[in-house]
Design a binder for this molecule. Sequence first.
Ligand code: ACO
Length: 428
Amino acid sequence: MADTLTITDNRTGKHYEVPIQDGTIKATDLRQVKVTNDEFGMMTYDPAFMNTASCKSRITYIDGDNGVLLYRGYPIEQLAEQSDFLETAWLILFGELPSKAEYDKWAHQITMHTMLHTNIAKLMEGFRHDAHPMGMFISTVGALSTFYPDAKDIFSQESRRLQTIRLIAKVPSIAAYAFRHSIGRPFNQPDNELGYAGNFLSLLFRMTELRYKPNPVLERALEVLFILHADHEQNCSTSTMRAIGSSHADPYSALAGAAAALYGPLHGGANEAVLRMLHEIGSINNVPAFIKRVKSGEGRLMGFGHRVYKSYDPRAKIIKRMADLVFEVTGKNPLLEMALELERIALEDEYFVSRKLYPNVDFYSGLIYQAMGFPVDMFPVLFAIPRTAGWIAQWEEMLNDPDQKIARPRQIYLGASTRDYVPKDKRK
Ligand code: ACO
């Protein structure tokens, strides 16, 4: 017998059998639960999607209780150790690790699409000198939609593949342009001899030298950070990508929306918030008082807690280890000691332990980015670059999923019932 859930409606005494598949019931199956035939039927109320699966996915698996993160079945630790970003991006997008020939072709295609149209550069020059790089990033990615109108052909696999290559290739260039603009330096052109992270470092930091030579430790650290941030299943920005894409908007417009969702301090802005918090605490001696304030509800310990992970975020573990390698090159970030002390106290404290609040990916990533020379404003942009691979993979999966339709939640209406319009001069 198939698995079913029996629901008894005490209002009517009726029983309903609802099929269970993959450990879930279909919310629409509840619509048969009604008192009278002309009723809409039972809905579920789930603000913030705390307990609602909005799709079936084969891309990323998270076991939040045990700190497990897999891309297409491969543990994040193995990818961080052995893969590079472009290979991981391919894996996320196409489901398997590429063959050597596939990888070489992919890397070549990405390299050949890193340049930006000169009008994109002009558009970016139009931003105020103090524009936030994430604001520039979001707007410019959205503007790409006007440069590539062929992207509207979302049901052509060929067109989708081309936009995928363009997006993955161009997001580092846009990010670097935003950074260069904010510090008043001319834009650098891509260096096709360098890898994905190496070229990005060159776009960011090359000055007058003919060829920029990235430090191999920092280049590898950036590749690893990119791998760790490439996808994270149905988070806020990915759900936004899917929701915008569900209206059949082109991928540039959808990705600009996803990046906008990433901008918020509870999502991609969290590592920036971690650094601001550490600056505010100011000294290791102030850590206990700060923890006390957090426990009394005055603000949050940024970089701690996660909707899904109720144990140590596996990405945070990898980043914490990598921080030591980076600091050997850059010198220690003076905020590190404070961060370690915060973590030590929080992990022993009943408040954090009972709520299963552990460091998340953002707790240490900001310290590394800062040591590498990035201003805090660039942090969400650094997140958006690799997440582009995940966003596109999830968008593609959504488009090819026959179960999906335009995203359109329901509401519980609690406002006024029908009433008659009153002209201005008759209102009280
Ligand atoms: N500091 C202190 N208390 C916290 C924290 C925190 N960082 N996070 C959660 N709590 C407390 C809440 O006050 C709540 O306590 P209560 O039950 O006494 O009211 C309890 O833990 C549960 O918190 P929720 O807000 O229900 O958890 P939710 O799953 O909605 O939030 C979130 C997850 C947004 C990540 C939250 O933990 C947070 O704000 N963390 C700080 C911001 C941050 O680091 N964001 C990065 C997330 S990772 C990413 O986007 C890449």
